[in-house]
Design a protein around this ligand. Sequence first.
Ligand code: TYD
Length: 132
Amino acid sequence: MQIKLLPLQTHGDERGSLIALEQDKNIPFEIKRVYYLFNTGSNVRRGFHAHKNLTQVVIAVRGSCRFLLDDGKEKITLLLDNPAQGLLIDSCIWREMYDFSEDCVLMVLANHLYDESDYLRNYDEFLNLYGK
Ligand code: TYD
């Protein structure tokens, strides 16, 4: 599956912690867009889409949430709960997010601007295109 967990170097001292995100360095693409999800209800499940051509890095900068990731061949779930870890999700991966902690802030870096025509929001269509 075209996903990877990226360890992000933390600069910490007695004052606290700092993480820098730099395009083409610890973030492996040109950063065109940043958005973040917050105030998500704990019983909300969202996402339910794949992208035809978009690479993203997702970071739980605060709190936690779970991901279901599906490349049409296998499904995996993982907990994102560490601000020093980036989840790299390539194109053509179906994703759903759930079990948001009350304080969860999920920051997403993307290599393209928002483009609704890049979304696949129908799971059957996704499977027809990318399933086994
Ligand atoms: P949506 O795609 O429904 O969120 P998700 O699928 O991750 O649960 O996005 C919610 C709204 O925000 C929708 O009206 C589109 C808008 N939006 C933007 O305008 N720009 C963006 O970069 C993103 C990700 C969403």
